[in-house]
Write a protein that binds this ligand. Structure first.
Ligand SMILES: Cc1cc2nc3c(=O)[nH]c(=O)nc-3n(C[C@H](O)[C@H](O)[C@H](O)COP(=O)(O)O)c2cc1C
Length: 174
């Protein structure tokens, strides 16, 4: 390890990596909780797997492990209020984070957001606990595509969307 690397400098560098914003949702009923995450990454298409990096101090972490399943809900540009809520910005915890939106479940029972850009239902294939976080590999059990819409992005500490980039031609693939 290079002891001269300042974690603050690394954080500054990572703020320059633009990310799509998702909600990781876990539990059922009063046990429901979740967190906002930009660390959602496709791992492989065949077999369908994704990964997400979760801070092991997050309130959702023990529930995720207990249920062995989670939802990944990719947000559109009109869903910033949900991103704030699931990041704990206004202090809501647990099931209170789900208020004011409609939810359903598909295969695993994990909550999935009606109206998400895409909702992905996962069981846990593997957990790799490393440093403050856990790398959680999700086996895709179901996928639901919402209406086509501008994604919610997070870059340099601010929510943005592709609507902020009028000069960039948006090409829809698929
Ligand atoms: C835009 C954004 C992206 C985030 N991405 C992640 C992430 O990938 N992994 C993670 O563990 N926390 C991430 N967080 C932080 C969690 O959302 C936040 O710590 C959590 O919801 C609050 O924890 P609590 O449930 O213990 O209150 C992110 C926060 C924001 C605002």
């Amino acid at each position: 390890m290079n002891p001269t690397i300042d974690p603050a400098a690394f954080r500054q560098a990572m703020r320059r990596l633009a990310g799509g914003v998702g909600l990781i949702t876990v539990g059922t009923g009063d046990d429901r909780t979740g967190l906002t995450a930009t660390s959602v990454t496709s791992l492989s298409a065949d077999p369908p797997r994704l990964l997400v990096c979760i801070n092991r101090s997050a309130s959702a972490w023990p529930i995720l492990k207990e249920y062995g399943a989670f939802g990944v809900n990719l947000l559109d540009a009109n869903q910033q209020d949900l991103a704030d809520r699931f990041a704990g910005k206004s202090g809501e915890k647990g099931a209170a984070r789900f208020a004011g939106a409609r939810w359903k479940s598909l295969v695993t029972g994990a909550p999935l957001l009606n109206g998400a850009l895409a909702a992905i239902d996962c069981t846990i294939e593997e957990i790799i606990e490393r440093h403050s976080h856990a790398i959680v590999i999700g086996r895709i059990e179901a996928v639901e595509l919402g209406d086509w819409s501008d994604p919610l992005l997070y870059w340099s500490g601010v929510y943005r969307t592709t609507r902020d980039l009028p000069a960039v031609p948006l090409v829809r693939v698929g």
